[in-house]
Design a protein around this ligand. Sequence first.
Ligand SMILES: [Zn+2]
Length: 438
Amino acid sequence: MLRAMARRVIVALEAVGTVGMALGAGPTVAIRTDFPGGNVVVVKAEPGAVQLAPDLRGGMPWFYWYFEATADRPGRVNFIFPEKVAGFVNGAIGYQGPAVSHDHGRTWQWMGTDDVQGNAFRYQFTKANEKVRLAVTMPYVEADYARFIKGHAANPHLARSVLTKSLKGRPVELVQIGKPGPGVRAVLLVCRHHACETMASFVFEGFLAAALSDTPAAVEFRRKYVLYAVPFVDRDGVEDGDQGKNRKPHDHNRDYGEGSLYPEIDAIEKLADSRNIQFLQDFHCPTLRMEDHQVMYFVGSKDTPAGNEENVRKYARMIKEGLPPNSPHGPLVWLQKRAAKAAGDNCNDHFAFREGAIMASTIEIPFAPPKATMNATQARGIGQAMLKAWAKMEFAGGHGGTPAMEGRGAGGDGDKAEAHASAHMLPDASGPGRRLEH
Ligand SMILES: [Zn+2]
């Protein structure tokens, strides 16, 4: 009788012990990144806790990561990043928590911040072999673009071609919407000079979709403009899951002018000449956590071409009028006086100083601002508002040829522009430079 009771107690203790161990240790997690856009370094993995870091691949510190986790059984896992990432405390997790996908990266939601603590977040696996994709942002790779463009394959206003091949031999897509003709002016849309800036792609997609539509704004737009668009300027970086930003020796957005390293930039410059591009709309995202970077804002050249600031301000005002509810604040206008350089220029400067330029516009879209909605649908809505605003624009200036050439080869002023370009990398930098990111 006593022996039987003792045995029951032991059995019960064992049961408690097993449950206790499961709670304490948590599941063992397998991490993989061998898919488009994948990026992470596993620093240390133990049951219930995985230490991770963004994979810089020889580049400067930055914050992009995207992986798939598979748990061997149900339970909670802590995913822990370094305390400081890219110079920011808790710099690897944005204000809406990590992005999570339960359908292999096809659709994404923000996890929210309830399960975020400082530089770590926890995820509750509910069954054995559950797979979840987690990322710092909502990823956007070739497959996402392919789905989008397939939906418009029969659109009579759309023409697709290969702009060039990337260094790794991938085709770089060029889209044309509308047709050139007398009095029709050429606009260039470019995205992903910096591979990790994914939220910008959803806005870009919204702009394209709106330009292809049959709304009065789209009809008006196509009557006045022909649109050329490059969805992935750093084609390899996007697919490989690179940070892209501050790539060594310089990134795609510092590759304009003489001696370009990347075939995409050479091809864009040639396209600008052959199609007489007079308008630029470049899409970027700023840093993840800097306070100033939780709004939408325009950066770029203030007074070149003549009237650029006036045009960008007008454009920004009209975009604001058409934004979907609960969009991030802005777009604000933070342009600077710039000087042209012979080489190492950024895209905005290159197009600002082109002969015949009318507007050079670069917009920054926040990744995950704390007090606004930001997701694929919202971002597409912002892109639609941009197209609608553009169609209504009466552009000032348009004779920017002569002043554009003055700064060329001046040399000295290039240093100033370079100082601004690097100032934004430092989170503690003061002055207007700390607001910039493109
Ligand atoms: Zn950028």
